[in-house]
Design a protein around this ligand. Sequence first.
Ligand code: NDP
Length: 248
Amino acid sequence: MAKLDGNNAVVTGGARGIGKAIALLFANEGANVAILDRDLQTAQEVAKGIRELGRNAIAVEVDVGDENGVAAGLQEVTRAFGDIDILVNNAGIDTTSHVVDMPTDMWDEMIRVHLRGTFLCTRAVLPGMLRRCRGRIINISSQLAHKGGAEMAHYSAAKAAIIGFTRSLAYEVAEYNVTVNAIAPGPIDTDLFRKLPEHWRKRKLAEIPMHRPGTVDEIAPTALLLATDAGGYYLGATLNPNGGDVMI
Ligand code: NDP
């Protein structure tokens, strides 16, 4: 029996990068997977690949910061699969600016996608999880939540807030057999990291003892751990696969 047989999982931002790797690993371990992403076409390709593995999969076009869109998207998932057992709040963006020059829109969009998105998706799946006394919520933070980084104050603030959200919610839902945890990866070789300015990437890789970005396959197994019975005693935790960038 695979580790996630019979589970229905939602992965936001699952069309590419870390989210795609998590979606595929979960499917390989038996889960049905819904990909919520604003890039429908790419999300559909991932869903097709999952169906070829013999699992159920759907792609739903959702902007995680849009309240009505999240509600409608997750209703579509429930209609297709039934109850949601696992939510991975992974959708994310990055931009860079020194605070002194940062446009308000840039700040707001970062908080909207990461923090509001995590809140909206979580709130939408919680009633079902609490009713059934069963659920796993996994929030993707970043090592910048711990360490900060020049030109990324908005991103670091959003990712640190996700850790606070994770811990607080964990207190509220533990007695319902719902766990809430975070993963704070170091720099990972995805489109998001590759799009950062070269000076930023060089500086970051120079700081890390391993001097290389991680791969998506070095992050997805941490999400799998938190989703399975083997990860059942983690609560409000932040796991840190980060190449030694922050040794906690
Ligand atoms: P990618 O850019 O490779 O993938 C992110 C996916 O999320 C894309 O498909 C993107 O769509 C989608 N997305 C972005 N905004 C929204 C939105 N508002 N609603 C729905 N989907 C959205 O990023 P990564 O895989 O690298 O990042 C995944 C998560 O991991 C993010 O939360 C990121 O902050 C975090 N992380 C990444 C690190 C890294 O170095 N790569 C390090 C630490 C944390 P589109 O392409 O259209 O933007």
